[in-house]
Design a protein around this ligand. Structure first.
Ligand code: SF4
Length: 109
């Protein structure tokens, strides 16, 4: 066995969705070059970091998801999905947004 072999205990655990959203919300959108140059102009309100901020506001109770329009905004994932392969941190923001929406729906029941 090599001195550099990884043991099962050294496997990093996946970050929880709230941590992913926090890191993304304050990231300067380093994934932006993933948006195709010939695509429609990217809307700032639909960037991964913008959606992460909106999701955190919903989770923290600062935005009513239905009345504020946040639910509709969080469905606009084109930029998030385009960025997936270029995320500097390797985050799955799409999955983190899904988890946030599920948590929010659970809380509202
Ligand atoms: S998807 Fe990754 S690179 Fe893009 S803004 Fe979020 S954390 Fe930053």
């Amino acid at each position: 066995m090599s001195a550099h072999a990884t043991s099962p205990t050294s496997t990093p655990t996946p970050l929880d969705s709230r941590t992913v959203l926090r890191e993304c919300a304050f990231c300067p959108n380093t994934c932006r070059p993933a948006w195709p140059a010939d695509a429609a102009p990217q809307l700032e309100s639909q960037t991964p970091s913008a959606l992460a901020l909106i999701a955190l506001a919903v989770l923290d109770g600062r935005l009513d998801p239905a009345r504020s329009g946040a639910l509709a905004a969080l469905q606009r994932r084109d930029a998030v999905r385009a960025s997936q392969a270029r995320c500097t941190f390797g985050h799955d923001v799409d999955a983190a947004l899904d988890a946030a929406l599920a948590t929010s729906a659970e809380t509202r029941r």
